[in-house]
Design a protein around this ligand. Structure first.
Ligand code: UDP
Ligand code: MG
Length: 332
């Protein structure tokens, strides 16, 4: 019997969870036991109460409640940290990920694939701006990163327990999970699926959030922007040198007076702009280092299956299971 745990991050999903539960109860996969691990990411509606009620009624339902909203990336990591079983499937609570694909995913997994990921074929409900922005992002990312990014592939995926163990090792606080999936490698299999419309409620992603995630993705997996800053600096210095020689020659040989003010202003502004841009790029990385160096936990659990959670060394170890395992491994 295979044990599969569904990891479902939920943020204000009170209308969706009962329907999700109803649909998941109807799924039958031969020789396979499905359980659900919901992560209530600091919802302000009655998501937590619904989860409490469900888990007291059905032993296959468990949940984690965060002390506040930590974001979907943290919620997914918590799910991976706490999930047990032979494989996990990460799914959205809003029923946008078709539940009827589960048997197919398990089928591929049983064929020996470690990471079975859904590729969106239909993005019809997305705005023109979002779609084009996404395209631009993929293009830029692919240009600057060494790791290939799977196009139109998101968080809807089945991960073998080996992949789960690998992702637990990656404790960076500013997470770009899509990049992490490709970074870990293992045998991947894509299958197409149609994104369904949200069952109820509104998507929490704004354009700014997407933009932030895009910058996150590039900064997390590439140092090319830093190199661009150096190359830009070098190129401008080179041009400035040439221009200086040109001024020298015109003044010394031809005796032409050089018009001062406009040239100085243009160079000044150009250089100032480039300097600020480079500083900004360095700042992005510095901010990342600052964030990581604090070494804070990625999320705080308020409640786990009805029990109030008190942080103790043991529970912290559990959250940092990955790091602990890595240490034990290196100690032999
Ligand atoms: N989500 C979360 N924390 C957040 C935002 C979203 O756990 O801060 C969950 C949300 O409940 C849903 C999933 O992440 O299950 C995807 O969110 P959403 O539907 O808003 O995003 P979209 O489908 O538009 O990408
Ligand atoms: Mg959604």
């Amino acid at each position: 019997m295979d044990n599969i745990t569904l990891i479902i991050p939920c943020y204000n999903e009170q209308e969706n969870i009962p329907e999700f539960y109803k649909q998941i109860k109807g799924v039958e996969i031969p020789d396979c036991q499905i359980s659900c691990l919901f992560i209530d990411d600091g919802s302000q509606d009655s998501t937590r109460e619904i989860l409490q009620e469900l888990s007291s009624r059905d032993s296959r339902i468990s949940y984690i409640s965060f002390s506040r909203n930590f974001g979907k990336e943290a919620a997914m990591l918590a799910g991976l940290d706490y999930a047990e079983g032979d494989a996990v499937v990460i799914m959205d609570a809003d029923l946008q990920h078709p539940i009827d694909k589960l048997p197919l995913m398990v089928e591929y997994w049983r064929q020996g694939y470690d990471d079975v990921c859904g590729r969106r074929v239909d993005r019809a409900d997305e705005s023109w701006a979002k779609r084009n922005f996404t395209n631009l992002f993929y293009y830029c990312y692919q240009k600057v990163s060494r790791y290939p990014l799977q196009r139109n592939v998101g968080d809807f995926r089945l991960l073998d327990k080996r992949c789960v163990a690998a992702i637990r090792l990656m404790r960076e606080t500013q997470r770009y999970t899509k990049g992490i999936y490709t970074w870990i490698g293992y045998k991947k299999k894509e299958f197409p699926y149609e994104v369904l419309p949200r069952f109820a409620g509104k998507s929490t992603w704004s354009f700014m959030a997407l933009l932030k995630l895009a910058v996150e993705g590039i900064i997390s997996f590439s140092t090319v922007p830093l190199k661009i800053a150096s190359i830009l600096g070098l190129a401008v210095s080179g041009l400035a040198l040439l221009y200086m020689m040109y001024i020298f020659i015109t003044v010394l040989i031809y005796g032409d007076p050089v018009a001062g003010y406009p040239t100085i202003m243009v160079t000044l502004l150009l250089l100032g702009g480039i300097q600020l841009l480079s500083l900004g790029i360095i700042g992005e990385y510095l901010g990342k280092i600052f964030g990581e160096s604090k070494d804070r936990p990625l999320y705080l659990v308020d409640e786990y299956n009805g029990e109030k959670f008190i942080y103790s060394p043991a529970s912290v170890c559990r959250e940092r299971a990955g790091r602990l395992a890595a240490k034990e491994h290196s100690n032999g």
